[in-house]
Design a protein around this ligand. Structure first.
Ligand code: HEC
Ligand code: HEC
Length: 355
């Protein structure tokens, strides 16, 4: 519009100049042309575009193709994943007495946790397609391993025991691994992928790197669909992989133990549980009560104070529990004094049952 006024103004100025030399005809024609252009451009603004319909030739048929955006998912997972009706990860029930919440700023949604679950079980996350997170974190053993140490890619063995991944969300402790070397769960999740012993995308000594993994995932048909479903765009980044794996891990929860059945029936943890035997209630007291010592340092009463570090009712480990005094060994490397984190004590035994 400003341009048009400029043209008008210019032609008016020209016309005025020309008027001075009495070329009125030139002025009128120039003015007329300019007004004309103004009209054409101005009017065309509100004009709708007329599309002339083409009449189909008799005898031809028009094929209607329906593009199924989720075809790659159906092909890979059949009816196990229905993107239009996802499993509930975000709003699972938990008992009212469970108060801790270690979500950080990574809230769980069903879309993102679904992608996390697919990644967790996908052997494509290892350099030779043999190992997934679930190879060492076995669902029917509370997402831990029965072996003392676990086998990674090309026969490499982990240095420590694979931890159960139960109730990581319901803890005060935000650091991960036995020695807490992962500052948070997001950071932890891609460490096994980049570990040369575990999944192998280390980028060292000729191994493929994490960037190579991203390219690999981009070329697996279901990942662009899943990333797009989770984040709105197909882009695959390490940050996104961390977010969704952490969400899936945090969605693994377990509150159906005999302890929970009892805890639900009483007002607080110190009361005897009606569903416990006398010995079980005694064990509970020993676990939860701090010891009472005499002046020579002998325990004369109270409990044994396990709950000082393994806090009930979540049974998560206190972030300040430090070394528990039980000295283990790291593989063949020698004495390990650095173990300061325990998984929740839930599902420690009979992991594959409901008890
Ligand atoms: C080759 C076996 C192996 C694979 C594969 C593996 N892990 Fe682990 N995981 C372990 C071991 C062993 C530990 C304990 C290591 C340590 O503390 O030094 C562990 C620890 C963890 C922890 C810490 C739990 C806690 O309470 O501190 C998380 C979380 C975890 N793994 C998630 C994953 C995810 C996610 C994947 C897949 C991306 C994965 N793991 C792949 C063996 C494995
Ligand atoms: C000073 C803190 C502290 C106290 C007190 C304590 N623990 Fe622990 N516990 C830990 C730490 C830290 C770990 C993990 C490191 C390790 O296993 O060496 C652990 C590990 C464990 C494990 C192994 C968990 C697993 O997943 O492998 C069990 C079981 C356990 N404790 C039970 C107990 C019981 C029962 C008591 C009381 C008699 C107790 N703890 C007292 C800190 C403590």
């Amino acid at each position: 519009m400003f341009k048009l006024l400029g043209i008008l103004w210019n032609s008016f100025r020209m016309a005025v100049q020309e008027l001075r030399v009495n070329k009125l005809r030139t002025f009128l024609s120039l003015f007329g042309i300019t007004i004309g252009i103004f009209c054409i451009i101005g009017c065309s603004k509100n004009d709708s575009i007329t599309v002339i319909p083409t009449t189909p030739t008799a005898g031809t048929t028009t094929a209607i193709t329906t593009i199924d955006a989720y075809a790659a998912i159906k092909l890979a997972f059949g009816s196990n994943i229905d993107l239009t009706n996802l499993e509930n990860y975000a709003n699972q029930d938990k008992p009212a007495y469970i108060l801790k919440n270690n979500l950080g700023n990574n809230a769980i949604t069903d879309k993102t946790a679904t992608l996390g679950r697919v990644l967790f079980y996908d052997k494509n996350l290892s350099i030779n397609n043999t190992i997934s997170c679930a190879s060492c974190h076995k669902q029917n053993f509370a997402f831990g391993d029965t072996a003392l140490v676990s086998a990674g890619v090309e026969g490499g063995l982990t240095i420590r025991h694979s931890m159960r991944l139960i109730n990581t969300r319901f803890a005060n402790e935000a650091k991960f691994f036995w020695n807490e070397r992962a500052a948070n769960l997001n950071i932890q999740t891609t460490m096994p992928i980049e570990d040369h012993l575990e999944m192998g995308f280390s980028g060292e000594n000729g191994d493929l790197s994490f960037d190579d993994l991203i390219v690999k995932l981009e070329n697996i048909p279901y990942y662009p669909v899943l990333f797009s479903n989770a984040f709105g765009t197909e882009t695959i980044t390490e940050d996104r992989i961390q977010q969704v794996l952490a969400q899936f891990v945090r969605s693994i929860q377990s509150f159906d133990s005999k302890y929970d059945e009892g805890r639900m029936l009483v007002a607080n943890n110190n009361q005897p549980f009606p569903n416990f035997s006398a010995l079980e209630n005694l064990g509970k007291n020993l676990f939860t009560q701090p010891p009472v010592f005499n002046n020579t340092g002998m325990r004369i009463n109270g409990g044994v104070g396990c709950a000082g570090c393994h806090q009930a009712p979540e049974f998560d480990v206190d972030p300040n529990s430090l070394n528990n005094g039980v000295i283990g060994t790291i593989g063949l490397l020698g004495t390990d004094l650095t173990n300061t984190r325990a998984p929740s004590l839930r599902d420690l035994v009979k992991q594959n049952e409901n008890a």
